[in-house]
Design a protein around this ligand. Structure first.
Ligand code: SF4
Length: 363
């Protein structure tokens, strides 16, 4: 167990807060922090880089300036605003939590990390970040940046992906959070990980923790944190059908739970190993919509990377041979004018197909 005496704790808090005041980035959620903006920023920043998250934060705040506006929006409106950011369960949970706060808490936000954790989509890290930054609760955060900084400062040799080491890191983080300015301290340590204590090539010479950093003293910052060896990212193949009828195209809404839940798409799905594109389209459209289709010309072949797999999508113009669309896999379907497609939230992997439909007009 890592021991940290009071003097060291005070010293770490002191130098980190000083450094943060001089070096904090000017980010939109830091300008006028409210519980709503703190919550919104933390949800957007889960799985998203800061530079990617900034325009989404601004767009979201403009569309839904407060929790009441967010609760009053439809799920389609929320997903459209989130389109392209990925991990759509975050948007659905944000919307669900806004409804809960408005209906059951009279629009009042929780104030403590343990209360925040009762809301959908809020884990220990997010709860700690919001409660400390928006309400001044003395509670820790532990994200990838904090793990890296702590594993280096305390030269932790254990694999930080293991639950025992993770608990130890939470304990260290908790012991370091000062009574005064806990939120600023949490932001400071995350900011240090983002700007100075980088995964590769940390700028130790500019680091305010250099004198206290055990990995630096041992000359091995980059050997910390110890991580599990990453498994190779699997590759999948998928197909999608653009079906037209009297100038309209068929789109379908994915079930609200699961990957890309609640998003609209040109119907299709994952291919079986060694399956031909036309066979996959025939099988998937029959299983998922109840229509037999013939495959026409290819519209796009496009690659997309998710965090846990990569996918190549093959989009084709198709026509219905038999049957009418029904609700089997999808929660809804619609025939829409191509010009109306921009009103629907589509997964990023299908954006080249949307562009192909828009460019060709007739498919
Ligand atoms: S001295 Fe280097 S390794 Fe240690 S916390 Fe600072 S940047 Fe990270």
């Amino acid at each position: 167990m890592t021991t940290i005496d009071l003097r060291m704790r005070n010293r770490i808090a002191h130098v980190l807060l000083l450094w943060f005041r001089a070096n904090a980035r000017d980010l939109p959620w830091r300008r006028n922090r409210t519980p709503y903006t703190a919550w919104l920023a933390e949800i957007i920043l889960q799985q998203t880089r800061v530079d990617q998250g900034v325009p989404y934060f601004e767009r979201f705040l403009e569309a839904f300036p407060n929790v009441q506006a967010l609760a009053a929006a439809s799920e389609d409106q929320v997903l459209k605003c989130w389109e392209g950011l990925g991990y759509y369960s975050r948007a659905r949970n944000l919307h669900g939590a806004a409804n809960y706060i408005v209906k059951h808490r009279d629009g009042q936000f929780p104030r403590t990390a343990s209360e925040w954790m009762k809301l959908p989509g809020i884990g220990r890290y997010t709860a700690g970040a919001i409660a400390s930054m928006a309400f001044g609760e003395r509670t820790p955060v532990l994200d990838g940046n904090v793990i890296r900084v702590l594993a280096r400062v305390f030269d932790i040799p254990d694999c930080t992906d293991d639950s025992k080491a993770r608990e130890e890191l939470w304990r260290i983080a908790e012991s370091l959070v000062p009574k005064n300015e806990p939120g600023a301290f949490n932001e400071a340590i995350m900011e240090l990980g983002a700007l100075v204590c980088l995964p590769r090539g940390p700028s130790c010479c500019e680091c305010p923790l250099r004198r206290m950093c055990r990995a630096y003293a041992e000359g091995r910052p980059e050997s910390r944190p110890v991580r599990r060896v990453a498994r190779p990212v699997p590759h999948r193949e998928a197909v999608a059908a653009v079906i037209r009828r009297r100038g309209r195209v068929l789109i379908a809404k994915r079930p609200s739970k699961g990957l890309l839940g609640g998003l609209w798409e040109f119907p299709g799905g994952e291919m079986l190993p060694d399956e031909l594109h036309a066979d996959a389209l025939y099988r998937l459209l029959l299983d998922q919509l109840g229509v037999a289709v013939a495959t026409g010309r290819a519209l796009v072949h496009t690659d997309h990377a998710y965090s846990h797999f990569r996918v190549t999508l093959h989009g084709y113009a198709c026509r219905i041979l038999r049957g009418s669309p029904g609700i089997i896999f999808y929660s809804e379907y619609k025939w829409v004018e191509p010009a109306e497609l921009s009103a629907y939230a589509f997964p990023k992997v299908q954006h080249p197909l949307l562009e192909a439909v828009a460019a060709r007009g007739q498919t």
